[in-house]
Design a protein around this ligand. Structure first.
Ligand code: ZN
Length: 500
């Protein structure tokens, strides 16, 4: 069923799902001598035993039973399995392929007894995604089949492909779990699933979108542990780290983080909030959406349906006697104005702006009609960031930089760089996790004067990066340290040119 075998951790053999057992007429149980016994319903296709044997990866003894006996065995065997406990237990090592094989077809949708395989499939997919550090799960219906793709470290890969008829079952179950309206298939919807996996709270943000061949679903895994992330884990070190810490120590002002979507801006802001969250400050946020719950921080989610946008939310939280406010993004003049006013009245304001580099943020705020003298007196620091894939330190291999790479990255020919290989530890991808690349501008006296005088980006950048690294030079330094590959570093340099 699956072209590319998913990398599954070794797991103890698990029982086959009820739907599969019923559809294929086979029940398995451990025999007293440690050998598994497979009971086949008379008349069933014995070819299914190949699949069962593959699933168990253990020797198998085979028996047959007349249909009536088989049905009794089937219901006895799965009587316990229908309980919630059995369902939860099956999360840990379920073979997704095999569970997918047990899915009912669309006609069985109303047959509630058959929901179990779909729930189990979705749970197993989410469990595996969490285990592998996946950020997004895409469930995409096409005429040819239902495709499940997962994004790990920024790269999307196909994970599972199922026959087209299971799409409505899987999508409906996800919608039920996320408390969405399953009868409504013509408009996009969004919701949440809250799960506990192996004692760990996992929030899944679900969004649906009608498409030609049915509803697409994207599930974003919000791992709450990430909210406790520290600067050093982010890769925020050296000058950029010093600049941010200095700015955070000020009683008021605006601190901005810039970068394209998916560059980790929010994670950096949460890390900053964590620094400030010492119990002596009132910290309030307006976010779209609230990605992680942070203890001790008052978080509000924008809700356009009731007119609660960033500007309205920011205005509201400023009436709540805050010390520090975080607004998810400054993307209109009104929000920019309120942020400036908040800073002038003694608040520390953290936010993001969608620009490519740190200097671009200054231009962006001027484009939003923030007066240069106000900007000069309120802006404290701007960070720009990207994420690069981190080389697996178990299997990375040293090589000497050839002419091309050396020229592009400004390294000496023959400099030792590292390339990915792939091992058990990294799921044979050669990479494990991602790390932030940063540049930072500290608005000092000189830069303040430049902004006040309407100085252009080149002048500001020239002064700002006299000592501090730029995104490109920070990425080069990471290549030299063996943290990432030249290709990843070059990708950053290129995105700076093309990304809006
Ligand atoms: Zn590895």
């Amino acid at each position: 069923m699956n072209a590319a075998e998913p990398a599954m951790p070794p797991a103890a053999p698990v029982d086959i799902p009820y739907g599969f057992a019923r559809a294929h007429g086979v029940v398995i149980a451990p025999g007293e001598d440690g050998v598994w016994l497979a009971t086949l319903r008379e008349g069933s296709d014995p070819a299914v035993l190949i699949e069962v044997r593959r699933h168990l990866a253990a020797p198998l003894r085979i028996a047959t039973a007349p249909p009536a006996d088989f049905d009794r065995l089937l219901s006895d065997h799965y009587a316990v399995d229908a309980s919630a406990a059995a369902m939860a237990g099956s999360l840990e090592g379920g073979d997704i392929d095999l569970i997918a094989g047990g899915l009912p077809s669309a006609e069985d949708l109303l047959d509630s007894a058959d929901d179990a395989p779909a729930i189990r499939l979705i749970n197993a997919i989410i469990a595996e995604a969490v285990r592998q550090g996946v950020s997004d799960i895409h469930v995409e219906p096409y005429e040819s089949g239902l495709v499940v793709r997962m994004r790990t470290d920024g790269v999307l890969r196909e994970h599972l492909r199922m026959p087209p008829h299971v799409a409505p079952v899987v999508v409906s179950r996800i919608k039920v779990m996320a408390r969405l309206d399953i009868a409504e298939r013509r408009v996009p919807q969004d919701g949440r699933i809250a799960l506990t996996l192996a004692g760990k709270a996992v929030d899944v943000r679900v969004s649906t979108l009608p498409s030609r061949a049915g509803e697409r679903v994207v599930m974003r895994i919000l791992d709450k542990d990430t909210a406790g992330i520290d600067f050093d884990v982010l890769g925020l070190t050296g000058e950029a780290d010093r600049i941010l810490r200095e700015a955070l120590a000020e009683p008021n002002g605006i601190i901005l983080v810039t970068g394209p979507t998916g560059s980790g801006k929010t994670t950096t802001l949460y890390a900053a909030l964590k620094q400030l969250n010492d119990g002596q400050r009132n910290i309030l946020t307006v976010e779209d959406p609230v990605e992680y719950a942070v203890d001790g921080v008052g978080q509000t989610q924008v809700n356009p349906k009731v007119g609660l946008d960033f500007a309205a939310g920011l205005r509201a939280i400023l009436r709540q006697d805050p010390d520090v406010v975080m607004v998810g993004e400054i993307r209109d003049r009104e929000t920019a104005d309120i942020a400036v006013q908040a800073s002038l009245t003694g608040h520390l304001v953290l936010s993001t702006v969608h620009t490519n580099d740190a200097v671009g943020a200054i231009t962006r705020l001027k484009d939003l009609k923030v007066e240069p003298f106000l900007l000069a007196s309120t802006l404290r620091a701007v960070l720009a960031q990207r994420l690069v894939r981190k080389l697996c330190d178990h299997c990375r291999e040293p090589v000497q930089a050839d002419n091309g790479i050396a020229a592009v990255l400004g390294l000496d020919i023959g400099t030792v760089i590292w390339r990915p290989k792939g091992c058990e530890a990294c799921g044979h991808s050669g990479f494990k996790g991602r790390i932030g690349v940063f540049e930072a501008i500290r608005v000092d006296e000189t830069i303040r004067r430049f902004i006040y005088a309407g100085g252009d980006e080149t002048m500001i950048a020239k002064h700002a990066f006299l000592k501090a690294p730029t995104l490109a030079s920070a990425a080069r330094a990471m290549v030299a340290k063996g943290l990432t590959t030249p290709e990843e570093a070059i990708r950053i340099a290129r995105r700076e040119d093309v990304d809006a």
